[in-house]
Design a protein around this ligand. Sequence first.
Ligand code: IMP
Length: 423
Amino acid sequence: MPVTLIVGCQWGDEGKAKIVDLLAEKADLVVRYAGGANAGHTVVADGRRFAFHLVPSGILYPHVTCILGGGMVIDPVALASEIESVVEKGVDVAGRILVSEQAHVVFPYHMEMDRGAERRLGSSPIGTTGKGITPAYTDKVSRTGVRMGDLLKPRREVIELFTDKIQENNRTLKRLGLTPVPVKRTVEVLERAAAKIAPLITDTRVVLWSALDNGKTVLGEGAQGSLLDIDHGTYPYVTSSSASVGGAIAGAGIPASSIERVIGIFKAYCTRVGNGPFPTEEKGAVGRKLREIGGEYGTTTGRPRRCGWFDGVAGRTVVRLNGITEIALTKLDVLDTFDKIKICRGYRCGKRELEYFPTVLKQVERCRPQYEVLDGWRSNAGGGGGGALPRNAVAYIERLEAVVGCRVGIVSIGPDRRAVLER
Ligand code: IMP
């Protein structure tokens, strides 16, 4: 059975979890392929709100097995506590969470280094989530990282490994004027968490491949968004993983030829948390209105998100980059009360009109968005009756499809898992 990938197409926070939750009902396996606890995936199911950071959003369906894939970086303490809190909410996870041996471990010293690096950038930090993501990926590419598979060693060796790593990195922290991590206490806490997680750690590629061989339905769950991708995002204002489609292949080991559908998740407008270019940002009343109605505050950090109009240039670029076969458009209802709604269809950069999002930051800064203004629908997007959208909402979606060059197949019109329309 072929794989469906869910890919964030903006700067994260597009509402991926809701669409994963929707599609997971018919899936057997959900594989998260990138990032770490920097992600915040919110699902509202039967009036209950779940915020996931590491565990794939498919966990709410009892028939689904969830894999934390090889491209991820995982804080064992955060994972153990997230699993505990899901169980406390009455979800039976027994045998349904598997962790890749290849995923890398995030240590408390990574978080301290993350905070230190931000402080060193002074008045123009990246605005990271502080979850140690970049230092953990740095260790991975430097070939000095610890992988989840290492936690399967005998207890004594695991304790030794943790102690060595912490002592070694404490020396770096001191050199950088940062606060060293208390060795004994940290090793104890980490070892306890590692012991809880150890039974879940396996070669998840084999589980995935065998599921594919047996005709199972597999869903790949992305984290963050393509504009935060380490290669294709607004570098250096990006995260340190491959948040676009390549991450699923490289990270989780999903065979490229098994991917049949790539569902791109776009919010009906744009948001960004953290610093970096955002050409269609609205810093005044429009931005504030989008933030308040859309509840645009970070799930992981609580930070207010920057808000603006839908960026068709970025959208068109990301559709091409990921080979998006269909779009899921989320939070359309947030635009219900707007008289006029803008779509950016192009960028003017000096005398040139650009079709695609530039890769050079300086050029992005010079771009002026070219807008089209559409009439709002001034009514409840979900209230058209018989599952129909208001006429102007349909016109907005059709224009957006034309600008980015891809069909919108799913429209989300409210936080609950049932508030969706399929087109
Ligand atoms: P890091 O991933 O914590 O290193 O943060 C790097 C950049 O990515 C910052 O601008 C963060 O705000 C942003 N970021 C990381 N994860 C997410 C996410 O899940 N949603 C939105 N932005 C994110």
